[in-house]
Design a protein around this ligand. Structure first.
Ligand SMILES: [Zn+2]
Length: 128
């Protein structure tokens, strides 16, 4: 359910961006999802595919998800470490960290659009 709402938001953002830039078709949307963001990539893919098929701009668009690892910074050790099971505790000195470096983000990186630089193809499609 969370993923469905999320896919809807992504599609709304991409659609409005496409409209703003005068793009008629988006091929690929690149998304960065932190492993600790609570988003299930597979469920999001499924929800996106379903909703994108209903959108003229995003029909057949692909969602490419890049998962970033959950990492935190240990101040005493001055090193980054992997956060396991949401416990941001340094494996070397055992200190708890409050500085999360990555893994909680959710962000649209970019999108690939269909090249629309040929007047001819534009005319043809208008007649369909
Ligand atoms: Zn440490």
């Amino acid at each position: 359910m969370h993923e469905l709402a999320l896919a809807q938001s992504i599609i709304e953002v991409v659609e409005s961006k496409a409209e703003e830039c005068g793009l008629r078709r988006v091929r690929t949307v690149h998304l960065r999802v932190g492993e600790a963001s609570g988003v299930l990539a597979e469920a999001l893919q499924g929800a996106f595919a379903m909703l994108a098929s209903l959108s003229p701009v995003l029909e057949q668009a692909q969602l490419v998800i890049e998962v970033t690892p959950h990492r935190a910074w240990c101040e005493p050790c001055a090193r980054a470490f992997a956060v396991v099971d949401f416990l941001a505790r340094c494996p070397v000195c055992g200190a708890w960290s409050t500085r999360i470096l990555s893994g909680t983000e959710l962000q649209i990186l970019d999108m690939e659009v269909e090249a629309d630089d040929q007047q001819g193809s534009q005319e043809r499609e208008r007649n369909e």
